[in-house]
Design a protein around this ligand. Structure first.
Ligand SMILES: Cc1cc2nc3c(=O)[nH]c(=O)nc-3n(C[C@H](O)[C@H](O)[C@H](O)COP(=O)(O)O)c2cc1C
Ligand code: SF4
Ligand code: SF4
Length: 646
């Protein structure tokens, strides 16, 4: 077996050869997000073209660089030129980039996002200056999209496993001290100080301790952990080595949902490489420290992300939470002290050990140190995986990094923390994103999901969506969660169906408080957050649904009606052809009519009606058809009830 020093030397040599390569290299982002955007076809076409042209060139599959909305992404190494990152590279663009940029002198600036390495190419700026990248600090994600995640050489060449070696050098006590001084808090949920959990575990006498990496990531809209594993699996595994060493744990598990096959495959490759390198197994690097780990696939239940349910699942029992105490740090897996840590918490450890706690704590706020990743999704122009210092404001994230609302529509709110989090109104966007500020705003950081909502999102419907999710995912063990979330869902359904009663809003709020207080685990305790925050910031919308039967966002179908303005409709038949309910009648050249009894309010007619006619409009409210016609005849009334008709 090669010694670690020999492995570092060989890795550095290979990395250097890559950096100074005389043959072109194409790095294609092929994580799950890239593949979903068509990276598979891009790779296939690129390889075929290279073969057809008998070119000497390398193609390397990487993880995700971050800007998911611009995928497929491709970084191109052309000898003697800076590396350039291109976006939206489909099969056609890949071939053109090869021919025009690599073989010719045209930099294909129409697809260029920026230069990755120093220097400029025909006016193409630095990738770091791209609007999506400018406000970011990439420490945790530094390797993602840059290295081949299946090459341990790449990881070693970028200082991989140096943090672990440092841990062996300074000893377990000093590792805990470094994590404490860095101020690292858990990235998976409540933001508990990592060192404190470790202290409890270390202070519990035991013949066996366990470490579990929580890669369950069950929140809708969250993909931070998946992306990190797919892009840099060794970063998490190195973190596990450091944590296990500090804890005196000899056995570890990565609990990853089976819906993440690529992440699992990359972890398997990385674990095999660790064994070969001699950083996993018995007496690692002659330190006396032994550690082994295995992957445990989860079946995709949100509740299994909760630590006691997760432990039950690994033990082969049904994933149901247990009352705490005892906390897992004292009695966890098979009754032994167990530490469960989120993927990103673990990925931070190597940075703290390699660069020191002071370096780590340069970023962040007084109580929330470091950087953290967020999955920016929803109605925002630039979606993707981002990393920012804690304390960055919501406005910076949504408006500067995200570029504001997609289609230029005004942003209404952001849902942080997934179904356990809250909906924060746009007027609060100067809020710094840290654990305390989010809690004060009624939300949580959670594991980093951030869903942007625009004016076309109905606050009541949003609350219903999340309650329906948590209600479905409730394990049913305790009545406040089992029955309470169902009762909340019932009330929300009644309100969006237009059957809400004035007292429903207060009942909903009371129920939310009861469920939060009375539930056994975090799922039930936080499930009411979306309801409570939408009530806090958008109470008027609830009242309008109940009192006026109005959904201002035109989302709740029972509360809206589609109409055709006979004076504007020349009878082009476009709507009639697309209506799936066959609810539209009319002859070519004559104004069309919607039969309200048949209409399902799907909105297809609205989307196809040519803007020059703009004859389809929507109304919402308790106006009768007759009243609405009367209203429309009054000057200015159409604007109130039909924003599209303006
Ligand atoms: C319903 C529920 C789901 C959870 N899902 C996750 C998850 O997917 N990933 C995660 O790291 N933590 C999740 N947590 C939080 C974990 O229980 C635990 O607090 C966390 O993994 C601890 O790691 P940390 O200290 O590194 O944050 C969840 C909690 C609850 C109540
Ligand atoms: S709203 Fe839908 S169902 Fe109704 S007319 Fe338009 S397309 Fe047809
Ligand atoms: S698409 Fe618009 S203009 Fe054409 S028939 Fe329908 S309502 Fe009239």
């Amino acid at each position: 077996m090669m010694s670690l020093q020999q492995a570092y030397a060989a890795a550095a040599e290979r990395w250097q050869a890559l950096e100074t390569s005389r043959v072109p290299i194409f790095f294609v982002g092929a994580a799950t997000c890239g593949r979903a955007a068509g990276a598979g076809e891009t790779l296939e076409r690129l390889r075929a073209e290279i073969q057809a042209q008998k070119l000497e060139a390398h193609v390397i599959e990487t993880g995700c660089l971050g800007p998911c909305s611009l995928e497929p992404l491709m970084i191109v190494h052309k000898p003697d030129a800076p590396r350039v990152c291109f976006g939206k590279v489909g099969p056609r663009e890949a071939v053109e980039i090869l021919q025009r940029h690599v073989l010719g002198d045209d930099p294909c600036s129409e697809w260029a996002l920026g230069a990755i390495t120093p220097g400029s190419v025909n006016g193409i700026g630095a990738f770091a200056d791209h609007p999506m990248m400018r406000g970011q600090v990439r420490r945790i994600l530094a390797n993602c999209g840059i290295i081949d995640p299946e090459s341990i050489d790449h990881y070693l060449a970028r200082e991989g496993y140096r943090g672990f070696l440092r841990a062996l050098e300074i000893g377990a006590d000093q590792v805990v001290e470094a994590v404490k001084r860095a101020g690292l808090r858990g990235r998976g949920g409540a933001g508990f100080p990592t060192w404190r959990k470790w202290d409890v575990c270390r202070g519990t006498p035991a013949d066996q301790r366990y470490l579990i990496c929580n890669a369950d990531e069950g929140d809708p809209g969250a993909f931070m952990n998946r992306s990190l594993i797919e892009g840099d699996p060794h970063a998490i595994l190195e973190g596990m080595l450091i944590a296990a060493f500090a804890l005196g744990a000899s056995k570890g598990y990565v609990y990853c949902r089976a819906e993440y096959p690529l992440a699992i495959a990359r972890l398997k490759v990385a674990i095999g490489q660790m064994r070969e390198l001699g950083v996993l197994g018995q007496n690692i690097q002659d330190s006396g420290f032994s550690f082994d780990l295995q992957i445990k696939k989860g079946a995709g239940a949100f509740v299994c992300g909760e630590e006691t349910a997760l432990i039950a699942s690994i033990e082969g029992r049904r994933g149901m939470p247990q009352p705490r105490p005892p906390f897992p740090a004292v009695s966890g897996l098979w009754g032994k002290p167990t530490i469960i840590q989120n993927v990103e918490t673990l990925a931070n450890l190597r940075l703290i050990l390699r660069h020191g706690p002071e370096w780590y704590a340069q970023y962040g706020t007084e109580a929330s140190k470091g950087t953290r990743t967020f999955a920016l999704a929803g109605k925002v122009k630039r979606t993707g995986l981002i990393e920012v210092p804690l304390g960055t404001t919501l406005r910076q994230i949504v408006e500067e990094i995200g570029g504001g609302g997609s289609d230029g529509k005004p942003i209404k709110a952001v849902q942080t923390g997934g179904p356990s989090g809250g909906c924060i109104a746009a007027e609060k966007f100067d809020l710094p994103v840290d654990y305390e500020s989010l809690a004060q705003a009624g939300s949580i950081m959670g594991s980093g999901g951030m869903i942007v909502l625009d004016e076309e999102t109905c606050a009541v419907d949003l609350a219903k969506y999340f309650i329906s999710f948590t209600q479905n995912e409730s394990c049913g063990k305790c009545p406040p969660c089992r029955v309470g979330t169902r009762a909340m869902l019932y009330l929300l359904e009644r309100i969006v169906d237009g059957k809400g009663k004035p007292e429903d809003i207060q009942r909903l709020e009371d129920l939310a408080v009861t469920v939060a207080r009375g539930s056994l685990c975090g799922l039930g305790q936080t499930a009411p957050n979306p309801v409570l925050t939408t009530l806090r910031y958008f109470r008027q919308e609830y009242q309008d649904h109940v009192e006026k039967k109005q959904c201002a966002a035109f989302v709740c179908r029972p509360l809206i009606q589609h109409r055709i303005d006979a004076e504007r409709c020349p009878g082009c038949t476009a709507c009639l052809k697309v209506c799936p309910a066959e609810a539209i009648t009319g002859k070519r050249g004559e104004a069309h009519v919607i039969n309200e009894d048949l209409c399902s309010q799907c909105g297809s007619c609205l989307s196809v009606c040519p803007p020059t006619y703009a004859a389809v409009y929507r109304v919402s409210g308790e106006l009768t058809r007759h009243e609405e016609i009367q209203q429309k005849r009054k000057p200015g009334a159409a604007a109130e009830h039909s924003p599209e008709a303006q």
